[in-house]
Design a protein around this ligand. Structure first.
Ligand SMILES: Nc1ncnc2c1ncn2[C@@H]1O[C@H](COP(=O)(O)OP(=O)(O)OP(=O)(O)O)[C@@H](O)[C@H]1O
Ligand SMILES: [Mg+2]
Length: 264
């Protein structure tokens, strides 16, 4: 077994040195954490599902011209990615009031927002990822004004695409978190989508039943997290076994699917 150099171990993923300079291997673990890792559990198979779901979404985004760090999937839990300099911001896009926004502004969860809203959180676990404004971001040099513009434009394009993708499979995209990084190519720097997009970092509500198909099942002790992620993968047409993903594409959901329904 060849020993790979571990670059970083986070809450949900491990980064290893990649085969070429400028590449990394992103390994998806089964760990589920919430509330800044105060709550922690192992959910057997979650990493496999997130690897597949994130691969699928990054590939589709690449096809519409959103630059991403994704190169290719290596195996059930790992993907080859381009190493980037992560912009130390969690970029949240919201379409519907939920979670901290609902609490902070006294909105009922599920209220449609007047338009999509972007929020920034400074990535610092010790501080609990505090919300910051563009003023803080530029004053402290976390990103330049131009980079913020680029990030916001990309975030909105990703949102528009994902809202439609999920709508087509009977799912409401309530909100999601993404991370961006700086990638240098021949002295040129561009902002690319990095990290992952999976039910760990989205709120996904079944349109027919209002069932939650995301990490809120874990945060709120609702159970059935794996079944919910499997359902998302199934509807996206992502296989969870070893077969290559053949252009099956999203599966249109006709009526009242249940989170407990048997995934294929
Ligand atoms: N292409 C990339 N190049 C370099 N670092 C990346 C890339 N994509 C993601 N990362 C970083 O890899 C780590 C992934 O691990 P994980 O998501 O488990 O971290 P985490 O526990 O959420 O911690 P963090 O607060 O750093 O995000 C994150 O720190 C993320 O910012
Ligand atoms: Mg993370």
């Amino acid at each position: 077994m060849n020993r790979r150099r571990r670059i970083y171990e986070g809450k949900a993923k491990v980064l290893y040195e990649g085969p070429e300079p400028g590449t990394l291997i992103q390994h998806f673990k089964d760990d589920a954490t919430a509330f800044n890792a105060q709550k922690h559990a192992l959910i057997d198979g979650k990493g496999v599902l997130n690897n597949r779901i994130s691969e699928y979404i990054f590939l589709r985004l690449g096809e519409i011209g959103v630059p991403t760090h994704f190169m290719r999937r290596l195996n059930m839990r790992e993907q080859l990615i381009r190493e980037v300099e992560i912009v130390p911001l969690e970029v949240v896009v919201r379409n519907v009031a939920a979670g901290s926004l609902a609490t902070r502004l006294g909105l009922e969860e599920g209220t449609q927002l007047p338009r999509s809203i972007i929020e920034f959180y400074y990535k610092d676990d010790a501080l609990g990822d505090p919300m910051v404004s563009e003023e803080h971001i530029t004053a402290f040099g976390w990103a330049a004004p131009q980079e913020i513009d680029e990030i916001m434009q990309l975030a909105l394009r990703i949102n528009d695409f994902l809202v439609g993708l999920f709508l087509g499979i009977g799912i409401r995209l309530v909100d999601f978190k993404v991370e961006f990084g700086r990638l240098w190519e021949n002295d040129q720097m561009r902002i690319v989508l990095a990290d992952e997009i999976s039910p760990d970092c989205c709120r996904l509500w079944d349109i027919a039943t209002s069932d939650k198909l995301d990490k809120d099942r874990f945060r709120r002790d609702l159970g059935g997290l794996l079944e919910a992620y499997q359902e998302v993968a199934r509807r996206l047409g992502v296989f969870t076994d070893n077969r290559p993903v053949k252009g099956l594409g999203p599966v249109l959901v006709a009526s009242n699917p249940s989170v407990n329904g048997k995934p294929n």
